[in-house]
Ligand binder design. Structure first.
Ligand SMILES: CC(C)(COP(=O)(O)OP(=O)(O)OC[C@H]1O[C@@H](n2cnc3c(N)ncnc32)[C@H](O)[C@@H]1OP(=O)(O)O)[C@@H](O)C(=O)NCCC(=O)NCCS
Length: 149
């Protein structure tokens, strides 16, 4: 999947969760930088989850997510990450999904672990946040055998 191709963000429904195109980031789809989904439960948008394609020439895609504070601790991030990850393996050129999370962000790395991602290491001084160099855990998941060609 080449970058800078217009991509179509699908609507994915699974049980009580629906991932639908996140309108405010249509530009991401147009530039081919990734798939951005609103996470809907019932008719309510509870958060966002994205699959970013900046490393697709290497077969890698990056996942990121957030849930509105008032809707946290109800399993929505976990459900959305499971749905997104399953769907991502239908994209033939994706071989690895990964995400970076601050070691103090237990909610984030527990969500990744519950969805089957493995902690692969600590990336020291990985990025600058608010003027400070921060370490990041890296979590990864690789294409399951049942989805290999
Ligand atoms: C991280 C975040 C998306 C989790 O969303 P959520 O919907 O509350 O998560 P879930 O309810 O699906 O919980 C998933 C797991 O994390 C645990 N968890 C969630 N919040 C937690 C917290 N504050 N402290 C400890 N564990 C927590 C849950 O108990 C669950 O584990 P379990 O199955 O063992 O019970 C949310 O806290 C958030 O939006 N944070 C700010 C943005 C962010 O950090 N994004 C991630 C960047 S990579």
């Amino acid at each position: 999947m080449a970058a800078h191709l217009q991509i179509v963000v699908p609507r994915i429904a699974a049980n009580e969760i629906v991932l639908r195109p996140f309108e405010s980031t249509d530009a991401d789809a147009v530039t081919g930088s990734g798939y951005s989904f609103a996470i809907e439960v019932g008719d309510e948008c509870v958060g966002q989850i994205g699959l970013w394609l900046h490393e697709m020439r290497h077969g890698r895609a990056t996942v990121g997510y957030w849930i509105r504070p008032a809707r946290r601790r109800r399993g929505h991030a976990l459900a959305a990450l499971q749905v997104l990850s399953t769907w991502a393996w239908t994209l033939p050129d994706v071989h690895r999904l990964h995400l970076h999370t601050d070691p103090t962000n237990k909610a984030s790395w527990l969500t990744a672990e519950r969805a089957g991602y493995e902690r692969e290491g600590l990336l020291r001084s990985w990025q600058e946040i608010a003027g400070e160099r921060r370490d990041m855990f890296v979590y990864g998941s690789v294409r399951p055998a049942c989805h290999r060609r």
